[in-house]
Design a protein around this ligand. Structure first.
Ligand code: HEM
Length: 161
C-alpha cells in the first residue's frame, strides 16, 4: 500500500502545483500581450485553461483515494478535528470547481473576460487556503498517529510491548 499511497500523493501534490501555476499564468498573461486578441495570449490562455480543468479532475480523483485511506484508518476516522478540517477543504474545493466552471467558461474566446479576471485572484486565494488546510491535515495526522502509538505503548501489558 505504501507504493500506491506515495504515487497517488505525488500526483495529488503535483496537480495542486500545476493548478496554482496555471492560475498564476492566467492572471499574468493579459499583461504580456498587446490585448486580448493577441494570438499568443489566446494560445497560452487556452492551454492554461485545459491544465486548470485537468488538474482539478485529477485532484478530485486522487483526493477521493486519499479520503478513502483516511476513512479506513481507525484513528483518523474517529478524529472530529481531522474530519471537520477535511470537510471544510472539500467545501472550498467545490467552490473552486464552481468558480473554474463559471469564470473560465465565460473566458470562452480563450482570453480572460473582465469577470474572469475578477474571479481568478479568488481562485488563487482559495487554492492557497486549501493547501494550508492540507498541510494542517498532514501534521494533525502525524500527531494523532504518534499519540495513538504512545497510548498503546503505555496501556500494553508488561512483556507484550
Ligand atoms: C484545490 C484542490 C486541492 C488541493 C490544492 C489539494 C492539496 C493537497 C496537498 C498539497 C496535500 C498534501 C499535504 C501534505 O502532505 O503536506 C493534500 C493531501 C490530501 N488531500 Fe488534497 N487537495 C485538493 C483537493 C482534494 C480533494 C477534493 C480531496 C478529497 C476528496 C482531498 C483530500 C486530501 C487528503 C485526504 C489528503 C491527505 C492529508 C493527510 O496527509 O492526512 N484533496 N492535498
Amino acid at each position: 500500500m505504501f507504493g500506491a499511497d506515495l504515487a497517488v500523493k505525488w500526483i495529488h501534490v503535483s496537480s495542486a502545483c500545476l493548478l496554482l501555476g496555471s492560475l498564476a499564468l492566467m492572471l499574468a498573461v493579459p499583461a504580456l500581450g498587446s490585448g486580448d486578441s493577441n494570438p499568443i495570449t489566446e494560445l497560452v490562455m487556452s492551454r492554461a485553461k485545459t491544465i486548470v480543468h485537468g488538474s482539478l479532475g485529477v485532484l478530485l480523483l486522487t483526493g477521493a483515494y486519499n479520503f478513502w485511506r483516511v476513512l479506513t484508518n481507525n484513528t483518523l476516522a474517529h478524529s472530529s478535528v481531522y474530519q471537520d478540517v477535511l470537510g471544510v477543504k472539500m467545501v472550498l474545493f467545490l467552490i473552486i470547481l464552481g468558480l473554474a466552471i463559471v469564470a473560465l467558461k465565460r473566458a470562452a474566446g480563450s482570453a480572460a473576460t473582465p469577470r474572469a479576471r475578477r474571479l481568478l485572484p479568488w481562485m488563487v486565494f482559495l487554492t492557497l487556503l486549501v493547501v494550508l488546510l492540507s498541510t494542517y491535515l498532514n501534521l494533525e495526522r502525524i500527531h494523532l498517529l504518534v499519540q495513538d502509538a504512545e497510548t498503546s505503548a503505555v496501556t500494553a501489558p508488561a512483556g507484550t510491548g
